[in-house]
Design a binder for this molecule. Structure first.
Ligand code: GLP
Length: 233
């Protein structure tokens, strides 16, 4: 893992942006995207660039089960608002959290990933070390699947919802093995709330109890932190 620490989220975001731009210029075909608050500034910078991405496909990590794409809390909605409506990507894929047959939807998504191998995967992490919605305990062999969100994840994400009861209890997520198939991973983590998970990801042995620690096994993972997220290293 290549760990880079910056004074502020702003500087960290700039470093991430430079990497993304370099890969786009080098002809990247498929980029894996994450949601949450961490990559928001990165997306703001990307959408303000006048760049042609008509040769680029995007695949997102996850989606809540039960939220329509038109629901402002859905990740489909988030991606449209933050990026897709400004950029001319060739195709954009996000799991469908309201598919009638969710198991089939997982298979369909895994097929999409097979047809679009990810060159660069942008990742955030949950305060419990989850990546995508792969909660602690998820097998490293997992592919796209339905997952039950832990109380701590629902608590961490309730800030985006009006009431805690509105936070879905399930999600569709790319699995850990799907995420690890990316040729390069760019993990961003900012703020003190992530410091303990960051420490476990980097300084402790690889364990399913901290899903992000699997990145120690990736041959090309860049971890971009602000100094607060790095404060326990
Ligand atoms: C959600 C998403 C993750 C994301 C995490 C961190 O749980 N499923 O993909 O990395 O939130 O969110 P934030 O960046 O808001 O801390």
């Amino acid at each position: 893992m290549n760990v880079l620490i910056f004074d502020s989220p702003k500087e960290a975001t700039e470093a991430a942006f430079d990497i993304v731009m370099k890969r786009l210029e080098a002809g990247l075909k498929t980029i894996g995207l994450a949601t949450g608050s961490t990559p928001l500034k990165l997306y703001e910078k990307l959408r303000s660039m006048d760049i042609d991405v008509s040769h680029v496909t995007t695949v997102n990590l996850d989606e809540y089960v039960g939220l329509e794409p038109s629901d402002p809390q859905s990740y489909n909605y988030y991606m449209n608002e933050e990026l897709f409506k400004y950029m001319n990507f060739s195709a954009t894929y996000i799991p469908n959290g309201v598919a009638e047959d969710l198991e089939k939807e997982c298979e369909r998504y895994e097929e999409i990933l097979k047809n679009h191998p990810v060159d660069l995967q942008i990742l955030g992490m949950g305060p419990n070390g989850h990546i995508g919605f792969n909660e602690p305990g998820t097998s490293f062999d997992s592919v796209t699947h339905i997952t039950e969100l832990t109380p701590s994840t629902r608590e961490a994400n309730k800030r985006f919802f009006e009431k805690e009861e509105d936070v879905p209890t399930k999600a569709i997520t790319m699995g850990i093995s799907s995420i690890m198939s990316a040729k390069e991973v760019l993990m961003l983590a900012f703020g003190e709330a992530k410091a303990e998970a960051v420490r476990r990801m980097i300084d402790e042995p690889v364990t399913v109890d901290c899903p992000a620690s699997v990145l120690q096994n990736h041959s090309n993972a860049v971890i971009i932190l602000d100094k607060e997220a790095a404060s326990k290293l």
